[in-house]
Design a protein around this ligand. Structure first.
Ligand SMILES: Cc1cc2nc3c(=O)[nH]c(=O)nc-3n(C[C@H](O)[C@H](O)[C@H](O)COP(=O)(O)OP(=O)(O)OC[C@H]3O[C@@H](n4cnc5c(N)ncnc54)[C@H](O)[C@@H]3O)c2cc1C
Length: 424
């Protein structure tokens, strides 16, 4: 019997330390600093760097990575327990060296990078001396890579990249971008696109504008124009035509890590919901005594527990199989569920707080907007539901008979035949 829902006592001690550290030292940062990716802000140096040093000293830096890259190599289950605490605070992922998109970019650089690429880009990125950006989506569409037009054309030993990218998060702070571009237009985009490491100061790159999201501290999503931006051939990441394979390595893990953090954000909204219900009275009794408020609390807790179990089981399956392709359905299910859980729980917290709940003095509107972001970043919910359905349908075959086995008269006839010796 290997079913087990308990945490090792030693690891629980680490989680207790992380919990205290996040609440006391990291949560206050988001009230005084701007974007967590703005490592160039002198206040980042003063307030965030000392916390990062504490995390490193405790061996909790970049725990999603294996020891060969300086991480603790915890595996996804431990990471899930840790990330759900980090999810509470905007700055926690960067304080723990586990922030997207750098975490995913580190994974692909580690996986596909040449020794030179690792020395130049991966090492400083791992140490958060620089931050990076992943530029795949284009203004004319993100959910369908078949509409991408950004081209890279060979010019001697170099590639010239031209085209536009959209919603490239943190481009304004990044030292380099990982850019997906068509290198062979004669084949399917799944075989004809390649990935490039493009230093941000490459001539020919312009940030057309930084697009903001309501409630985010700064506009951070870059609308980028590439006009014959020249990169040497050695800046290709992975083999020619391999862009989708490379992207999958970062997106698989990244989607689950977002989900782990969404548990923490949803828990925070649930905590606020319960505290408010026990604090506010109307019509002679506490909100907590009203059955419709109780229903919201019960639904929120049930939804969060269901989601947490799905995330934990997915984490466990990633650890078990060490192959994202074997857990595609689970990851897609987690990705499709995550926005709804955060949306529903934050909405209940907002409603039960009344007017102050909808105001900018409370975090709930921001959490609801974040739920929508979670339903788009790394692919829209609809696309992930299609993946779940397609993967699931592979486990079935259609029935060739007119009536299936589960049709009652058919099942009864089969049962009578099986037990005919007794039933006659
Ligand atoms: C906060 C945030 C951060 C992001 N960061 C990055 C980043 O760093 N780098 C990057 O490259 N991109 C990034 N993106 C972009 C993201 O990957 C795209 O938003 C996403 O792929 C959807 O593309 P789109 O926005 O162009 O929507 P579209 O492709 O135009 O789709 C619009 C809507 O159409 C519907 N739809 C689409 N496809 C289907 C389908 N097959 N079936 C049914 N309905 C469908 C969905 O409702 C979808 O939301 C980010 C997005 C957000 C919100």
């Amino acid at each position: 019997m290997a079913w087990d829902f308990e945490t090792d006592p030693e690891f629980q001690q680490e989680l207790d330390w992380i919990d205290r550290f996040v609440r006391e030292e990291i949560e206050p940062l988001e009230h005084v600093l701007g974007s967590p990716w703005n490592i160039h802000d002198p206040r980042f140096e003063a307030l965030v760097r000392p916390l990062q040093r504490e995390v490193k000293a405790r061996n909790l830096w970049a725990c999603h990575l294996g020891p060969e890259l300086g991480g603790a190599g915890y595996g996804q289950v431990k990471l899930a327990l840790m990330n759900e605490i980090l999810g509470r605070a905007l700055f926690a992922p960067i304080v723990f060296g586990a922030h997207a998109p750098d975490s995913g970019n580190c994974e692909i650089l580690a996986h596909y990078g040449t020794p030179e690429q690792k020395a130049r880009y991966l090492e400083p990125l791992l140490d958060n001396r620089i931050v990076s950006c992943f530029a795949m989506t284009e203004p004319q569409g993100g959910a369908d890579p078949k509409v991408f037009t950004t081209r890279a054309e060979q010019d001697g030993n170099d590639w010239l990249i031209s085209g536009q990218k959209w919603f490239a998060s943190n481009a304004r702070y990044a030292a380099f971008y990982i850019v997906m571009a068509i290198t062979d237009p004669t084949v399917s985009p799944y075989k004809g696109m390649s990935m490039f490491i493009v230093p941000a100061d490459t001539p020919g790159i312009e940030i057309v504008r930084n697009v903001g999201v309501p409630d985010d501290p700064e506009a951070t999503h870059g609308y980028l124009n590439f006009d014959r931006a020249r990169v040497p051939a050695e800046n290709m990441l992975g083999a020619p035509g391999e862009a989708f394979v490379v992207a999958q390595v970062r997106l698989g893990g990244g989607r689950v890590h977002h989900a782990m953090r969404v548990i923490g954000q949803s828990q925070k909204a649930l905590d606020a919901l319960c505290e408010r219900a026990l604090s506010r009275s109307t019509q002679g009794s506490l909100l907590a005594d009203k059955q419709m408020v109780q229903e919201r609390i019960a639904d929120a807790w049930i939804q969060l527990e269901q989601f947490r179990l799905l995330v934990m089981r997915t984490a466990w399956r990633i650890d078990k199989y060490q192959d994202y392709m074997k857990v595609r359905k689970d990851i897609a299910a987690v990705k499709a569920t995550m926005p709804k859980v955060l949306h529903d729980i934050a909405s209940s917290a907002l409603q039960v707080h009344g007017s102050i709940g909808v105001s900018s003095e409370m975090p709930f509107v921001g959490l609801i907007v974040r739920a929508y972001q979670m339903g788009l970043a790394d692919g829209p919910t609809e696309v992930h539901k299609v993946t779940v359905a397609k993967q699931l349908l592979r486990e079935y075959t259609g029935c060739e008979d007119l009536f299936p086995d589960y049709h009652r008269p058919t099942a009864e006839a089969a049962a009578r035949a099986k037990f005919s010796a007794v039933l006659g």
